[in-house]
Design a protein around this ligand. Structure first.
Ligand code: FAD
Length: 564
């Protein structure tokens, strides 16, 4: 009996469509709030996610254009760039969260807390599961939410690289992860302070390992080191200090390897001074309950074979990159061309490829733009750079083009250097000139680097505000097939810069429009600049105030060391 499926006590009856629908015959929630009843003349826009991408869409959408429903596992927006600071109590968890209902209310959207688990493409419905956790996973009841337009902004999960034993590690992606990490650190140091613990056990309890030398791993290591230097040494037995260790295992030859090499080297030098061990060129083989096993990528030792080493640990953070969420994967698997894709591939208007009526959009960490016209557009810039019109580009003219392109794409000095190297490699007769044909081949080869935007909040936020505006135009013109799409320019990314916290200082590179941009290499002012950037990017005055209070409290009284 279909009506028995409509037994959701917490959803007002008005929300439920009279008949069940979709492939699985679940009940259908067409709209929830009686204060915002469904307006039949407006299309239903469903946004899945409440992170950077989704919030930017909500911030730019016009009110009253759509019946908007936001679905997310969490009823808050999380300010991820400051999440590492919450793992040791530099910042309080509440200061990083903004209720999504408050953001959604601005455009009259309503919110459903639930996990999108499946997509019925034929009937245009998202299958959602209630967030009821019985301790072993989500087992809530399921229902359908119909859409006319769907925005997928579900972010990403951690990549496993097929490493065994990841259940023994912690991640740092959600607020719950930060809570777990903070509690585990406190529990471990309390346990290590007991006289019943052997010296060997103490060392293990105080050993913290970070797998992955990207910004998240590095910022966590830096925060942990701050906590040790500023709080641990004050309140815990000093004799324990030599037993503490922080180790970062990185598979590449430098940490922060997406930054300019000068910044990576600065970070390594700083970590050395802070006694954080950095193991580079090493791949984690497996993670056992009490030790991390890793293998050097270069031949070391007497045998000439890559050496296998072990580090006992009490807390191991796994932060080695991102992978598709099950929901995004589910969508990709339903689309012929995307079955083996590692992200949802969209066109330059963020429309998921392979959806005939172009009703699904994807952005942020779960998506990647494939833009065949990009090469042509850059090619156009190349032809315009050919000042003397001889159909050949000199290295100087090429550098001009790269400068132009670097304003739009996140090209660091390393990348630019690589492009210039590529120039030389393609200059077959070594006369310092490339003809247009050679240039075309070069561009196709480097296309991937330029179109694969980094998985950052900056990209997700820019895409979100683009999509919000785009959806406004669509609804105004009421023509989503041909004309409007041409009237709106494709999405263009403007890279502003990248920052990373290194423990009472920060590093960063800013796009100034010149090759290499401006680099920030430590110093106290860098710390304040880092804080100001994130302070100004807050979504509300409340979180700004909270951040100011937290930073002042930490400076005056130190961090809270109670394990709750
Ligand atoms: P997210 O912001 O991750 O949002 C995804 C949303 O979807 C979440 O609300 C989630 O609950 C929800 N969701 C997921 N699956 C489902 C489902 N099946 N059903 C319903 N809801 C679902 N980037 C920077 O630019 N600068 C930084 O300094 C920086 N620091 C970072 C530090 C950390 C610790 C982390 C983890 C990331 C950091 N990033 C940073 C990266 C940045 O957070 C991501 O690139 C950004 O969050 C991507 O935005 P998004 O909207 O795609 O996904």
């Amino acid at each position: 009996d279909k009506s028995t499926l409509i037994a959701h006590e917490n959803v007002p009856p008005l929300a439920l469509h009279p008949e069940a629908g979709g492939k699985k015959n679940l009940s259908v929630i067409s709209h929830q709030l009686d204060t915002n009843p469904l307006e039949e003349d407006k299309p239903r826009l469903v946004i899945v996610g409440s992170g950077w991408g989704a919030v930017s869409v909500l911030k730019t959408l016009d009110r009253d254009q759509y019946n908007i429903t936001v679905i997310s596992e969490n009823n808050y927006f999380l300010f991820t760039p400051l999440l590492p600071s919450a793992t040791v109590g530099t910042l309080e968890l509440r200061s990083l969260l903004e209720p999504i209902r408050k953001i959604a209310a601005r455009v009259g959207a309503h919110f459903l807390e639930g996990k999108a688990v499946d997509l019925d493409l034929e009937n245009k419905m998202v299958e959602v599961q209630q967030m009821v956790n019985n301790g072993t996973g989500t087992i809530g009841e399921r229902f359908y939410v119909p859409y006319d337009k769907l925005v997928v902004a579900v972010g990403a999960t951690s990549i496993t690289h097929g490493v065994e034993g990841l259940e023994n590690t912690v991640q740092l992606k959600t607020i719950r992860d930060a809570i777990n990490i903070r509690r585990k650190i406190m529990d471990n140091v309390e346990l290590a302070s007991l006289p019943t613990v052997t010296p060997e056990e103490r060392k293990k309890l105080l050993s913290f390992v970070v797998c992955g030398g990207g910004p998240t791993g590095i910022e966590f290591a830096a925060e942990l080191s701050d906590w040790i230097e500023e709080d641990f040494v004050k309140w815990f037995p000093k004799s324990m200090r030599p037993d503490i260790s922080i180790t970062v295992i990185q598979s590449r030859d430098h940490i922060l390897n997406t930054f300019d090499s000068e910044i990576s080297c600065y970070a390594e030098e700083r970590f050395k001074r802070k006694k954080i061990n950095v193991v580079t060129n090493a791949r984690v083989v497996r993670i056992e309950k009490d030790k991390v096993v890793y293998k050097s990528k270069v031949a070391t030792g007497d045998s000439g074979e890559p050496e296998i080493s072990e580090i006992p640990y009490s807390l191991c953070l796994w932060s080695t990159g991102i992978a598709m969420t099950p929901f995004a994967q589910n969508i990709a698997e339903q689309l012929e061309d995307q079955k083996h894709s590692r992200v949802l591939v969209t066109d330059e208007y963020l429309r998921v490829k392979g959806i005939p009526d172009q009703s699904i959009y994807a952005l942020g960490d779960c998506a990647s733009i494939q833009n065949p016209k990009l090469v042509e557009r850059i090619m156009d810039i190349f032809s315009r750079a050919d000042k003397n019109g001889d159909g050949m580009l000199s290295l100087d003219e090429f550098a001009d083009v790269v400068k132009h392109v670097s304003r739009r794409y996140p090209l660091t000095k390393q990348h630019l250097g690589r492009l210039v190297d590529t120039f030389e490699a393609y200059d077959k007769d070594k006369n310092g000139l490339l003809d247009m044909e050679e240039m075309h081949t070069l561009l196709h080869d480097v296309d991937n680097k330029m179109t694969n935007l980094p998985a950052t909040a900056q990209v997700a936020a820019q895409q979100g505000s683009y999509l919000g505006k785009y959806l406004n135009v669509l609804s105004n013109k009421n023509d989503d097939q041909g004309k409007t799409a041409r009237a709106v320019l494709p999405f263009d990314y403007h890279h502003l810069g990248t920052l990373a916290y290194l423990g009472n200082t920060a590093v960063g590179e800013f796009n100034t429009g010149t090759p290499g941009g401006f680099k920030m290499l430590g110093g106290l002012w860098a710390l304040y600049l880092w804080r100001s950037v994130y302070w100004s990017e807050q979504v509300s005055l409340r979180t700004r105030l909270n951040l100011s209070i937290d930073w002042s409290k930490t400076a005056l009284f130190g961090r809270d060391i109670s394990a709750v």
